[in-house]
Design a protein around this ligand. Structure first.
Ligand code: ADP
Ligand code: MG
Length: 158
């Protein structure tokens, strides 16, 4: 797995970092035919939702980005993309994802951001990108790993 490390001093750094990834995704529109999946790991308060907010806003969303803690998923229609932001913290069993119709979410032009993907282990597919956010004092250290060719293309440009 290819990996890169990023040091993000504060929230605005995290938002700028998310925007950089979104810009790379936008630059590769021809790749939008395939779903893009990005898994976000990190303790509560690490910045997974903050990253997602920066990413979703950078793709053109103007309103709030609600944490999907209770709804499990919030979806955004950001042409040409459908962005599905999951937070699986409250998922009791990965099978619940089957009942939610997870396969229907993995369509073309789909971007999946998933917080707490470990709760969906065995049902969620392997991601293109895996991000681990760790506390570094008041800052954050982010490790981005690419697991697919698409993921590597994006990571190379970050
Ligand atoms: P999570 O979704 O991982 O539980 P949130 O994104 O909801 O975390 O919350 C992260 C909190 O940490 C926010 O209050 C944010 O302002 C704060 N924060 C401080 N420094 C950073 C940083 N470098 N990156 C992201 N968030 C940060
Ligand atoms: Mg969160």
């Amino acid at each position: 797995m290819n990996e890169k490390h990023f040091f993000l001093a504060d929230e605005s750094d995290m938002l700028a970092f998310a925007e950089r990834l979104a810009t790379q995704v936008q630059a590769s529109k021809e790749a939008a035919q395939q779903p893009l999946t990005c898994y976000l790991y990190g303790e509560l308060g690490a910045g997974k939702t903050t990253f997602s907010r920066g990413f979703i806003r950078a793709l053109g969303h103007k309103g709030n980005v609600k944490s999907p803690t209770y709804t499990l998923v919030e979806s955004y229609d950001l042409a040409p993309w459908q962005v599905h932001h999951f937070d699986l913290y409250r998922l009791a069993d990965p099978e619940e994802l089957e009942f939610m119709g997870i396969r229907d979410y993995l369509d073309s032009h789909t971007i999946i951001l998933a917080e707490w993907p470990q709760r969906g282990a065995g049902v969620l597919p392997e991601p293109d990108i895996k991000m681990v956010i760790e506390y570094a004092g008041t800052a954050r250290e982010v490790t981005v790993g690419a697991l697919t060719t698409r993921g590597r293309e994006l990571l190379d440009k970050l």
